[in-house]
Ligand binder design. Structure first.
Ligand code: GTP
Ligand code: MG
Length: 213
């Protein structure tokens, strides 16, 4: 897949205010500071499409980006959305603010009609964290399709990254019969980009073939 263009569309405080659900949509979520906005920039080949920050809690609304892409070696243009969501587990906001975000994200994930797939980002430097496992299990209960993206893999040696990925999958085995797709990424080394784009391309094709049913 070739990205032709990407642009910021709108930031919404709730799912009802999001753009018309007229094209396939992919959301990126994970705890605060895990690298969601950086990953979106890497995927779209831009440096400042999504706002990144060294301090957690930068992204606070449902942010829509409109993407135009073409299948490799084809001129055809496919339109789809990327969504940057606020991180969960950000401690430095009030309890009431956190509850509000939680509801905003839950409503969005459960009710957004054109949401095809969620990419859940997990920091590859750490052993499995309960907060991430809880979130993934929640998605399972809601029957929302997702993949796991292990971020910042350049910050640790490959062995540690692989061990952390394995432990996370092992922790999921308790409750899951089938394990989700995993992708290891680094925005510094630009790894994982092709795999994510390939997954999105496959899902776009599927979505478009089912349109109007
Ligand atoms: P919030 O919106 O606050 O929840 O954060 P976020 O998940 O969008 O994270 P963001 O993309 O803003 O990145 C947080 C910090 O991690 C920034 O300082 C990034 O430069 C850094 N970062 C993100 N991805 C990578 C990576 O793959 N490798 C390295 N070394 N740093 C990364
Ligand atoms: Mg962000």
């Amino acid at each position: 897949m070739v990205i032709r263009s990407s642009q910021y569309i709108i930031s919404s405080p709730e799912y009802t205010k999001c753009p018309e659900p007229d094209r396939p949509e992919y959301a990126f979520i994970g705890r605060s500071n895990v690298g969601k906005s950086s990953l979106i920039n890497m995927i779209t080949n831009s440096t400042k499409l999504a706002k990144t920050s060294a301090s957690p809690g930068k992204t606070q609304l449902i942010n829509h980006f409109g993407i135009e892409s073409s299948p490799t070696n084809k001129a055809e243009i496919i339109h789809w959305y990327i969504v940057d969501l606020p991180g969960y587990g950000f401690a430095k906001v009030s309890q009431s603010q956190r509850e509000k975000w939680k509801k905003m994200i839950a409503d969005y994930l459960r009710k957004r009609k054109n949401l095809v797939h969620v990419f859940v980002l997990i920091d590859s430097r750490h052993s499995p964290q309960q907060l991430d496992l809880d979130f993934v299990n929640q998605l399972g209960e809601w029957q929302i399709p997702f993949s796991l993206v292990f971020t910042k893999s350049d910050k640790e040696n490959q062995r540690t990254v692989n061990t952390n990925v394995k432990s996370f999958l092992n922790a999921l085995r308790d409750t899951w019969q089938f394990l989700p797709q995993q992708i290891i990424t680094s925005t510094i080394k630009r790894t994982g980009r092709e795999k994510i784009l390939q997954l999105i391309e496959e899902m776009n094709t599927e979505w478009l073939s089912g349109e109007g049913e």
